[in-house]
Ligand binder design. Structure first.
Ligand code: B12
Ligand code: SF4
Ligand code: SF4
Length: 441
């Protein structure tokens, strides 16, 4: 940094940067110093409690993430900007978070921040731009830079744009005059906490990512936990429920950034049938690609399971027979849910007492042709359920762990699984997978 920079020159440079930021489409601009995060201890506690779920990359960088001087030696200031992303979402089955309706923001914001870095460079500074692209706590820094305050949903609330913004940051060796903190205007409100469908928000001010639908539909690679599938509702990608509930978001000022204009995106049923190539083409340059091919189709199954009708069954049945065990298991769940709804509609909920199938009710999977196992099993389980059969034994050979997971997935929606285990090997080397089911009340 140029130590000879006077207070006046630094202030003038800041004004120039601010004006340039405005012309680049940033709705808010502020500066904070490079001191360590006040919430560093809380961040470490958050990680230690496992609230980062499967985002191991967050756990790796705790020290660097909470201290800007560790990402840029000699760092003296951090510049923060916010860009409005608000757009009305087109109606479709499968909700997409507002920030992902249009083109991807990472490159867009970093590209524009680089223009600010050029100005800093002219003044002799070394600078690094970030937009969700590096180990930096953007929300705490944005709050410190006076862009707004952190709401109880943990996102930054701008007094006019609410939380419909995306943040960008530049760590720089230049000591720019810092901005004052914005007062926190949440008051006694707790609408965001009440609105969260999974109880992921804590009144103390953090998100438990293990429960957060934004995490589960975007970052998480495995199965959606069964107990959360219904609560996922029609969220296909991300979740705006907490920020959408905030009274500070009521203005809903549409962004002027043309790249955020919503792109056409199909119904969940249609995208379930996409080939990998179709997925790549449709998500090129979109944040939605982050969910991955299987992840997005997994989400589509859950959406259809929650809001779909009989007309969606053929698409789900095709997914059940597809290559991905993850998608097949979620398709089976969805089929079970739709059939359950259809049955309830036509006959009301029957209430038979649970009965146990005799030993000759054992189902030997080896009587099925390989490609048919999953769909036939789904039909078998559905038929058992209709007849009020609540104990099912399935025999399979040794080393068929993946099959066991499929069976577990199929059972999970048919009824509440009381216990699930493998019987010891029987004569001839066979084992049995046994599920004891109880009707959901
Ligand atoms: C990881 C991550 C996620 C995770 C975890 C979210 C979370 N709340 O931490 C998941 C995948 C769930 C997620 C979801 C979303 N995200 Co996100 N995400 C990030 C990322 C990459 C890191 C955030 C982080 O460090 N989290 C770790 C936690 C611990 O950090 P923290 O909450 O800031 O922690 C502080 C306080 O909570 C406090 N604290 C922590 N624990 C405790 C406990 C107590 C008792 C107390 C008092 C305090 C306290 O101390 C900490 C340090 O200051 C940032 C980009 C970035 N690099 O900052 C984007 C970012 C936060 N996400 C963003 C967005 C838009 C979203 C979504 C709205 C997307 C969507 N619509 O689906 C949702 C919102 C969900 C929500 N309510 O947070 C924007 C937010 C913009 C804004 N206006 O604030 C960011 C800044 C990206 C960007 N460049 O714009 N995200
Ligand atoms: S909904 Fe209420 S508590 Fe939550 S961020 Fe907005 S004002 Fe704060
Ligand atoms: S994004 Fe959705 S699931 Fe996550 S905390 Fe907000 S309301 Fe809850």
């Amino acid at each position: 940094m140029d130590e000879g920079l006077t207070v006046e020159v630094a202030a003038a440079l800041k004004e120039r940067l601010k004006a340039e930021a405005r012309s680049l489409g940033f709705a808010a601009f502020g500066v904070t110093d490079a001191s360590s995060a006040a919430g560093a201890g809380k961040f470490a506690e958050w990680i230690a409690a496992g609230r980062h779920a499967g985002m191991e990359w967050l756990a790796k960088d705790v020290e660097r993430r909470t201290n800007p001087s560790l990402i840029l030696p000699g760092c003296r200031s951090v510049i923060l900007v916010a860009m409005n992303t608000f757009q009305e979402a087109p109606a479709r089955r499968g909700r997409i978070a507002t920030y992902a309706l249009g083109g991807d923001y990472h490159k867009l914001i970093v590209g524009r921040l680089k223009k600010l870095c050029d100005i800093l460079h002219e003044a002799g500074a070394v600078s690094r731009p970030y937009a969700d692209t590096g180990p930096i706590l953007e929300r705490e820094l944005a709050e410190r830079a006076g862009l707004g305050w952190r709401g109880r949903h943990t996102c930054l609330v701008h007094p006019i744009l609410g939380a419909w913004t995306l943040l960008g940051a530049i760590a720089t060796t230049l000591p720019l005059p810092p901005d004052a903190l914005h007062e926190n205007r949440c008051g006694t409100c707790s609408r965001c906490l009440k609105k969260c469908p999974t109880g992921a928000l804590s009144p103390e001010g953090f998100v438990d990512a293990r429960l957060c639908l934004a995490y589960l539909t975007i970052e998480h690679k495995g199965p959606i936990p069964l107990e959360l599938r219904e609560r996922l509702g029609d969220h296909l990608f991300g979740c705006d429920d907490c920020i959408g509930a905030c009274p500070w978001n009521r203005r809903r000022i549409v962004t002027e950034e043309p790249r955020f204009t919503p792109r056409p995106f199909p119904d969940s049923k249609e995208l379930l049938g996409w080939t990998r190539e179709e997925f790549e083409a449709a998500t090129a340059g979109s944040a939605i690609r982050r969910a991955g091919y299987d992840g997005l189709r997994r989400n589509a199954c859950v959406v259809l399971g929650n809001i779909g009708t009989e007309a969606d069954l053929p698409a789900l049945e095709r997914a059940l027979k597809g290559d991905s065990a993850l998608v097949a298991e979620h398709a089976a769940w969805a089929i079970g849910r739709i059939r359950e709804r259809c049955q309830q509609k036509t006959a009301g909920m029957p209430h038979e007492e649970p009965v146990t199938v005799p030993i000759d009710g054992v189902l030997d999977l080896h009587t099925f042709r390989p490609g048919e196992v999953k769909s036939l099993l789904a039909e078998y389980v559905a038929a058992c359920r209709e007849k009020g059969i609540f104990e099912i034994r399935i025999i399979h050979g040794k080393g068929t762990g993946a099959l066991r997971e499929t069976v577990r997935g199929l059972f999970s929606r048919m009824a509440e699984v009381e216990s699930f285990g493998s019987a010891p090997e029987q004569e001839g080397g066979w084992g049995a997978t046994i599920a004891h089911l109880r009707r959901k009340s």
